[in-house]
Write a protein that binds this ligand. Structure first.
Ligand code: SF4
Ligand code: SF4
Ligand code: SF4
Length: 468
């Protein structure tokens, strides 16, 4: 394979195409590699190459095989290629399509893009064909894709380290807790939860075991409550398959509303703005939709309404998450730490919030993401917008804010060193603060949008439509 041109085909079965897009995202680096190493991508419809070859040097398979027809196609591709590479979690592990096993066949057939031929149990593709290499991840690491191509052209061994094992899980690891649970059956070991938790400096989750037993867990598989976990819930927002999730009281609250119990929704500014942005609707229409769920009143609320101005040095945790973070990692600063706002939710109030850690204060808390799911059945665009019944405004202004783990650690170190000596300091642990809290709906804005731009955008959404 050293001197000859490498002819490559990239094929996709049931999956989201995310791994193939990662290859496209390589941009110039991909084009340079193809030219330098004399590689031809003969088949990749995303690049406009649709001329299939009878024989390939390398075929990449993205997605899982979910039907007999797809299995036949996979076996045929194997026979036409010298090397076959499983691309991404769906292909080498089963991935998200493997969750179909929990659905009845007649339900699957009602889904868009449902396979037209007889369904098969979704398994790693190595169950059907010999797989030479695996590119792990959801999506793959595209640099690893480049490295693999280079090594194949050079005729060198592609070192995969832990990834050289045939991956077919034999046992699952579950982690239970009062607030968060990890379902090992669903987990595709993509590691996103581990990396977000580590970026906070908490490291409650990690990868355990080796080879076929690899899994995500806590130290000694303890419930998350017995670990340094601060209950921020960011891992639930980063998990692509809902394997790690928080407990939900949606049913309880919906039952109370159906019985006609008078409940007041305290809707946080950030939750409303993110819902309006994600659903692309007027925030007033969302207020009407929430009212229609049966709430007696809808009030716009912020925990900053409960924070008192202070000239003395005080560290204000925006929730239980910051409170636990500071008490466990900066115990010497506890003397400056106030209680988080809203530890006692008023009687008959349901908080609608971006913050999963507020759930530790009781059952009457819904995340913005949970509300979005409830509202999925209503046509919000048809509703008339209404204003909130009341608006709580922040009671402090011009205070110091520490947003995200890096800023927070910097500011706490400055307090330790005596550089900051006075005034209230409001702390947010999530990387973009509450705007991207663990309970927020999935944003249409690119992830890279900076905190100030997102804040201005959300502010504009609320101020354009509501009388604030
Ligand atoms: S809730 Fe936060 S601290 Fe706990 S495991 Fe998830 S990311 Fe880590
Ligand atoms: S729990 Fe979710 S985010 Fe974490 S490794 Fe498993 S699939 Fe990935
Ligand atoms: S930054 Fe906001 S959403 Fe994140 S844990 Fe703190 S209060 Fe909750």
């Amino acid at each position: 394979m050293t001197s000859n041109k490498l002819v490559v085909g990239i094929y996709s079965f049931s999956g989201c195409d995310g791994c193939r897009h990662e290859i496209l995202n390589l941009g110039d680096a991909l084009l340079e590699l193809l030219e330098k190493y004399n590689v031809t991508i003969a088949y990749e419809p995303l690049l406009g190459y649709v001329g299939e070859k009878e024989e390939y040097d390398v075929v990449f398979i993205e997605g899982s095989v979910t039907s007999e027809k797809e299995v036949r196609k996979l076996v045929e591709l194997r026979s036409r290629s010298k090397v076959l590479v499983a691309l991404g979690s769906c292909s080498f592990l089963g991935g998200i399509p493997a969750l179909m096993k929990d659905l009845k066949e007649d339900v699957v057939k009602t889904l868009t893009n449902a396979p037209t031929s007889k369904l098969v149990m979704v398994l790693p593709i190595s169950n059907y064909v010999k797989v030479d290499y695996w590119l792990r991840g959801c999506p793959i690491n595209n640099v690893e894709f480049l490295t693999l191509i280079k090594k194949l052209v050079e005729g060198k061994f592609f070192r995969q380290g832990e990834r050289r094992f045939d991956f077919c899980r034999t046992s699952v690891v579950n982690v239970n807790g009062k607030l968060l649970n990890l379902d090992g059956e669903k987990c595709i070991v993509c590691g996103r939860c581990v990396s977000v938790c580590s970026s906070l400096g908490v490291n409650a989750l990690g990868i355990i075991n080796r080879g076929i037993d690899i899994a995500v867990s806590t130290p000694f598989q303890e419930p998350l409550d017995n670990t340094p976990c601060i209950s921020c819930g960011l891992c639930t927002a980063y998990c692509p398959v809902g394997a790690i999730n928080h407990v939900s009281t949606t049913q309880l609250i919906q039952d109370m509303l159906r019985r006609g119990e008078k409940l007041v929704a305290y809707l946080e500014y950030e939750a409303l703005a993110a819902l309006a942005e994600s659903e692309e609707v007027h925030p007033g229409k969302l207020i009407t939709a929430i009212r229609r769920l049966g709430f007696d009143k809808v009030v716009l609320w912020t925990p900053l309404a409960e924070v008192r101005p202070s000239t003395d040095l005080s560290i204000v945790p925006m929730s239980y998450a910051e409170y636990k973070y500071i008490t466990q990692f900066y115990p010497d600063l506890r003397k400056y730490l106030t209680q988080p706002p809203a530890t006692r939710i008023p009687y008959r109030v349901v908080l609608i919030t971006q913050c999963i850690s507020r759930k530790v204060y009781g059952d009457y808390v819904l995340t913005a993401r949970e509300v979005q799911t409830i509202l999925k059945t209503s046509d919000i665009t048809e509703l008339e917008p209404t204003d909130p019944d009341h608006i709580f405004k922040p009671s402090i202004y011009g205070y110091l804010r520490a947003v995200g783990p890096y800023e927070l650690r910097g500011v706490l170190e400055a307090v330790r060193k005596g550089i900051i000596r006075a005034g209230a300091m409001v702390t947010y642990i999530c990387p973009n603060g509450c705007l991207m809290g663990g309970g927020q709906p999935y944003s249409r804005l690119p992830f890279e949008v900076c905190v100030e731009c997102r804040e201005n955008y959300y502010d504009k959404i609320l101020k354009t439509y509501l009388t604030l």
